[in-house]
Design a protein around this ligand. Structure first.
Ligand code: KIV
Length: 275
């Protein structure tokens, strides 16, 4: 975000900053990160929010779903990211079964994310079913980002990663869920893989920012998984994904060149060794 302090130094992005950005019509940029080095690069590039998503389960750990991720895994990844960030708002994802059992247990999980990882807030999935939980966490002073639409922690209930809420009934329930999450105190809402007109309706209906992934251009902001947008993950090709780099090819070529240089005796050369 372009906000500057009076001393002309960039200021830190807060939950209030992103709510104000919606009011002022400034779009919000969010990316995932899971480690110190990547977090440092994308923070210095100026991204507004860094989400330490449980998509770490897919792109860092190689699991098929996000379900196996534990709170300890997420605290580890979030703490690595926090150490690399100066300005962005860092949100730690609460993994499956760290907040679903009771609001009290959810608060403990959110508290660990704040105290042990240094997150600035947490994200959790679900609508009306998590309203009590959101209230409990928010009342303890912890900012909460909601997540509706395709919620990957429920993949075994959905059975597929297809677009959600195409049917009228599910769409109506999603709008109600969004209002309920706003009233419960969420400061922002991720909308994943829903029809663009529905995301536009939700965005209009609530005063907190919506951040879309596969939810069209009317959301208040956009999020992508960093591995996908940098082209590190070539097998994943959903319609909503725009690739901004082809790092998979760049890394392959660099490693192949390195191997060739070693085998030919070209590396290291005279300048690359100590006398
Ligand atoms: O885990 C994650 O990376 C997410 C984003 C895709 C929104 O939830």
């Amino acid at each position: 975000m372009s906000t500057q302090s009076s001393s002309n130094r960039p200021v830190k992005v807060t939950t209030q900053t992103v709510v104000d950005m919606k009011r002022q019509g400034e779009k919000i940029s969010m990316l995932t990160a899971y480690d110190f080095t990547m977090a440092q690069i994308i923070d210095q590039a100026g991204v507004d929010i860094i989400l330490v998503g449980d998509s770490a389960g897919n792109v860092m750990a190689g699991y098929e779903t996000t379900v196996p991720m534990t709170l300890d895994h997420m605290i580890y990844h979030t703490s690595c990211v926090v150490r690399g960030v100066d300005q962005a708002l860092v949100i730690g994802d609460l993994p499956f079964m760290s907040y679903q059992v009771t609001p009290k247990e959810a608060l403990r999980s959110a508290g660990r994310m704040m105290k042990e990882a240094g997150a600035h807030g947490v994200k959790l999935e679900g609508g009306k079913a998590v309203v009590k939980t959101v209230k409990k966490i928010v009342n303890a002073g912890i900012p909460v980002m909601g997540h509706l639409g395709l919620t990957p922690q429920s993949i075994y209930q959905f059975g597929t990663y297809k677009v959600r809420a195409r049917e009228e009934e599910e769409a109506k329930a999603l709008v109600e869920d969004a209002r309920a999450l706003e009233q419960a105190g969420c400061f922002a809402l991720v909308l994943e893989k829903i029809p663009a007109p529905l995301a536009a309706k939700v965005t209009e209906a609530i005063s907190i920012p919506t951040i879309g992934i596969g939810a069209g251009d009317q959301c208040d902001g956009q999020v992508l998984v960093i591995h996908d947008m940098l082209g590190l993950n070539k097998e994943f090709n959903p319609r909503f994904l725009r690739r901004y780099a082809d790092l998979s090819t760049s890394i392959t070529e660099a490693v192949q060149q390195y191997i060739t240089d070693i085998k030919s005796g070209d590396f290291p050369n005279e300048d690359e060794q100590y006398s």
